[in-house]
Design a protein around this ligand. Structure first.
Ligand code: 0O2
Length: 218
C-alpha cells in the first residue's frame, strides 16, 4: 500500500512539475522581453546570461522529507518555493536592482518574497538578490498560480557563488579554516570589484536606476 501511495505521489509530483516549467517559461519570457527592449534602446545589455532550472521529482521529495514537509501536494506547494528557478546574471549591481524593479512592477506578477543578500550578505559572504514571484499560468480549464524563485546577481557574485558551491559540496559541513578564510577574502574582493566597475560605468553613462534595495520581507 505504501509503494502504491508513493507511486501515486510521484505521478502527482511529475504533473505538478509541468506547471512549474510553464511558470519558468512565463517569467523567462518577461526577462527576455526586458532584455530585448533595453538592448534596442541602449547600447549595452543589462543581462549577461539567464539560466533556468526545474527541481527534479526526486530532489523535490528529498527536500520535502529533509524539511519535515508532509508528503502531500498542497503542503509541498506551500512549503517549497524554489521548485522553479531562474538565475539572471548582470554586469552591474544597478542592473540587478533594475531587473528586480521591472519584474516587481508587472501587474500580473505577485512579489511573494524578497531576500536581499546584497544589502545583507550571508555570514559566509554569499551575495545575490532573491525574489519569489507568483505568475499566473493559463491552462485550458483553469489558471495555476506558480511561484518562481528568481536569483539576480552580478558576474562577480555568480563567480564567487559557483566556486563556494563546489567547495561546500566537496567539504560538506567541514570546510578547512584556511579555505573558508580565502572565500571570505574573495567575497570582499568581489564586492570591491562590483563597486569599482559600478564607478567606471557611472563615468560613461548615468545610472539606469537609483539603487534603492527593495523592502526585505524576511
Ligand atoms: P540550488 O541547487 O541552487 O537550488 P532553501 O531554498 O529553502 O534551501 P532558503 O534559505 O529559504 O533555503 O533560501 P535562500 O536563502 O533564498 O537560498 C536558496 C538558494 O540560494 C540556494 O538553493 C542556492 O542556489 C542559493 N544560495 C543560498 N545561499 C548560498 C550560499 O551560501 N552559497 C551558494 N553558492 N549559493 C547559495 P539550493 O537549494 O541550496 O541549491
Amino acid at each position: 500500500a505504501l509503494l502504491t501511495r508513493s507511486r501515486a505521489l510521484r505521478d502527482e509530483v511529475v504533473k505538478l512539475l509541468k506547471y512549474y516549467q510553464f511558470g519558468i517559461d512565463e517569467v523567462s519570457t518577461k526577462i527576455h522581453i526586458l532584455r530585448q527592449e533595453f538592448e534596442s534602446i541602449h547600447d549595452y545589455s543589462p543581462i549577461e546570461h539567464v539560466r533556468t532550472r526545474l527541481k527534479s521529482a526526486e530532489s523535490l521529495l528529498e527536500k520535502s522529507l529533509r524539511r519535515g514537509v508532509a508528503l502531500e501536494i498542497p503542503a509541498i506547494r506551500a512549503e517549497i518555493r524554489d521548485i522553479a528557478g531562474i538565475r539572471v546574471t548582470c554586469s552591474f549591481v544597478s542592473d540587478v536592482y533594475w531587473i528586480a524593479q521591472m519584474l516587481s512592477a508587472q501587474p500580473d506578477l505577485r512579489l511573494l518574497q524578497t531576500k536581499d543578500y546584497i544589502a545583507h550578505p550571508k555570514p559566509n559572504g554569499y551575495r545575490s538578490l532573491h525574489l519569489i514571484v507568483e505568475v499566473p499560468v493559463f491552462l485550458s480549464q483553469h489558471v495555476e498560480q506558480v511561484p518562481v524563485e528568481v536569483q539576480i546577481r552580478t558576474i562577480a557574485m555568480d563567480f564567487w557563488a559557483s566556486v563556494e558551491h563546489k567547495l561546500s559540496y566537496k567539504y560538506r559541513s567541514a570546510m578547512p579554516a584556511h579555505l573558508a578564510a580565502e572565500l571570505d577574502d574573495a567575497a570582499r574582493v568581489a564586492t570591491e570589484l562590483d563597486a569599482r566597475m559600478g564607478r567606471l560605468r557611472d563615468e560613461v553613462r548615468p545610472p539606469t536606476v537609483e539603487i534603492v534595495p527593495p523592502v526585505t520581507t524576511d
